[in-house]
Design a protein around this ligand. Sequence first.
Ligand code: ADP
Ligand code: LRH
Length: 483
Amino acid sequence: MFAAVDIGASSGRVILGRVQAGGESRDSSVELEVVHRFPNGVVEIDGGLRWDFDALFAEVLTGLSAAATVAAAQGEQVASIGIDTWAVDYGLVNAAGELTAQPFSYRDDRSRTAVEPVHRKLDPARLYGTTGLQFLQFNTIYQLACEKNLDGMQALLIPDLIAFLLTGQRRTEATNASTTGLFDAVAGEWATEFLTALGLRKDLFPPLIQPGETVGTLLPEIAARVGLPQETRVVAVGSHDTASAVAAVPATADDGGENFAYISSGTWSLVGLELKHPVLTEASREANFTNERGVDGTIRYLRNMGGLWLLSECQRTWAQEGFRPELTALLTAAAALPPGGPQINPDDPYFIAPDNMPERIRAAVRRTGEVLPDDPAAITRCIMDSLAAGYARTLRDAERLADRTVDVVHIVGGGSQNRLLCQLTADVTGKKVVAGPVEATALGNVLVQARATGAVSGELADLRALVVHSHDLRVFVPELSRL
Ligand code: ADP
Ligand code: LRH
């Protein structure tokens, strides 16, 4: 069995994965069992929006203990551990190996003011030509420019920081490195000239490691604490959660081979294609597409779009006002409203910070000259219409920029349970939508571990076939009458 530590911006889980490889691929399967779940979110610490990393790491240990207990009860062992989280953010570790502060969240506003100074040293066109990274004000490169003192420090991306505390080994996993703005998309190496240009040490980040390689084995004190043998390996997976999610997109040869698109739908919506080579054209930069690294050296050609953060933040505000609608009931009420209502731009940086989201959405609609009632169902519908319209625009751009035709759109992650969003996406794109699995990220994490330990073999397509065999997927076809 394999333990997947998967922490998103809204929640984390430790999941046990069991992989069975049959002689025929249809006899193979990958099953998950969630052994520990915990909430996550940004918190105000020392005057900044940060992640309570110490609390998250304690949850990881609790989860690994649970994994050890559950596996042992079934007469099995945890063969290895893989870790994935959201991208971009990092913790600073000193020479003694101590985390010097709780890591800043990308939702903190500090990096906005660092964009211009960085661009004065490194022209955005030059940056894009090498990194292929979508401009987002919180990319690691801008966050690092806010650091006052990096002497003797190393920056560890969040999954790498967890792996370091478990094993004592410092590495930077490549799929997540590709979100820093300091990674060469073609060479697959650090863009050291950019580190130098910004006055950063070349060894600010630890050396790269690829998904499937071993980070190390458990430190004795960690092994004792969680009840796992010290030889238990931490294996690098697609440690950027989106890389693991895309690795488990249940695309099949029936989807027209490579003619599938995906939407990894959670706090953010990651909307795009899997390519063999990056697209670094000026047109691609203007459309703000990213070329992040996927498992097996693939390119995740996508746009990071606004996501269900818009809704979860509304829910948080409504709860503070004493109104706690059940999510399914809210979505049903939103689905009953007529189409053609007002829309917002879900990508507007105006929505990044946590603050009265319903009012911010209504204000954004007012600026378009329309009126959105102060009613949770209407606001929910506005979010869903806006997301679906954004998905359609982005997919059209992706097809044009990468010269691909998309036959089917796979929606994975928490948002794949949102029937309204899935149906609207089918309606507005005019394409078949296949929803699920919810836990694609953990599946991608487990499958890469399984392949690393020899439990399964093959290419990404073979790993994806296991997902297709083991999970129920829901199909949505366009209902043009609803538009
Ligand atoms: P992240 O990894 O970014 O934390 P997830 O992939 O876990 O995000 O997705 C979380 C989102 O999934 C929630 O904000 C919510 O909108 C959506 N979601 C969760 N459960 C359901 C459900 N039963 N029905 C519809 N949507 C759901
Ligand atoms: C999704 C995600 C996304 C990044 C964002 C910071 O969880 O990793 O791919 O752009 O968080």
